[in-house]
Write a protein that binds this ligand. Sequence first.
Ligand code: HSE
Length: 309
Amino acid sequence: MKNEIKIFAPATIANLACGFDVLGLALDSVGDEMVIRKCDAKGIFITKIIGSDLPLETENNVAGVSALALLEKLNIDFGFEIEIYKNIKPGSGIGSSAASSAGAVWGINELLGKPFSALELTQFAMEGERLASGNAHADNVAPALFGGVTLVRSYTPLDVIKLPCPNELYATVIHPQIELKTADSRKILKTQISIKDGITHWGNVGAFVAGLYTNNYDLIGKSLVDVVAEPQRADLIPLYYEIKEGVLKEGVLGVGISGSGPSIFALSKGKEMAEKAAEEMQKIYEKLDIDFDIHISKVNEQGIRQINN
Ligand code: HSE
């Protein structure tokens, strides 16, 4: 058995406008790094967190609780130490807690010789999401673990489908440096939607999936419609509609709130358009006194991966 592994755990975009809590995709150019190491003592020990002020206590740490959920299924007389190097800021809307949760269980599974499937790992990592947001949603952890674009078909029982992804699909993400806790931006959502909004959403989810299967970029773009979360959350994100309108004019396929915000994403066909979207986002956001990061990324088909020490 290998004793140590270093991994890259990608940022993810959840919801993808039409798929609240069910659709997500993994990014390639931004993510955390983690080192996971076998140790003699039983249990999970978070030994180092660099880049963010997050709790080291196992039970209060999303990587810790996810790893404990995995360990509960095993009868082993050793444990694991976890070091987390955060590049994804908590409360950014690009799956910060998911990267840590999914990374921890993926790394441990590798060291153990892969006893668990991606679906089982998703179930464990959802415990981290439960701790972070009060809700065990899988739309960030699933793409991190399966790679590419994923659909949560069912939560009970958990069923995740990895969808195909056209080769030239790029994401541009602007992350305004304000923290928006998922728990808070979930609290403001009404718990019921109208049948009219339901029709809009399930029509678009089906079309989005069809677009992915047929490499139909226009259909993918047309399907990026959110009449449920966007109208309720947009006010939490400075200049959300200006960004949306501005980058749509540039010719991107579609725009939406990344996860629970404040990040905003655009999907484009090709890198050139993704870069144009980034320029437009920058132009608009420079008007504000808020720092921001912009990421341009191809969809990451692999998900979490091992990197060299
Ligand atoms: N589906 C979740 C939400 C994603 O929108 O609350 C959080 O990243």
